[in-house]
Design a protein around this ligand. Structure first.
Ligand code: SF4
Length: 67
């Protein structure tokens, strides 16, 4: 799994950091997403990252699955 975030699209809603706090954080100044772990290893962390991508209201989180 490879994660990408588009900080230009991010609306600072914070759903990602709430849903997967080990993977996403929010910038202390502008509230936009910060990617902490672009390639999560543990299964729970990957599932949380997928859920966060679905919940993001702006579609700023992209998930690419490695096959
Ligand atoms: S959920 Fe989406 S819009 Fe909200 S902070 Fe995360 S990336 Fe930005």
């Amino acid at each position: 799994m490879e994660l990408r975030v588009d900080r230009e699209r991010c609306l600072s809603a914070g759903m990602c950091a709430l849903t997967a706090p080990e993977v996403f954080d929010q910038d202390a100044e502008d509230g936009r997403v910060l990617l902490l772990d672009a390639a999560p290893g543990p299964r729970e962390r990957r599932e949380a990252a997928r859920e966060a991508a679905e919940l993001c209201p702006s579609g700023a989180v992209t998930v690419a699955e490695n096959r």
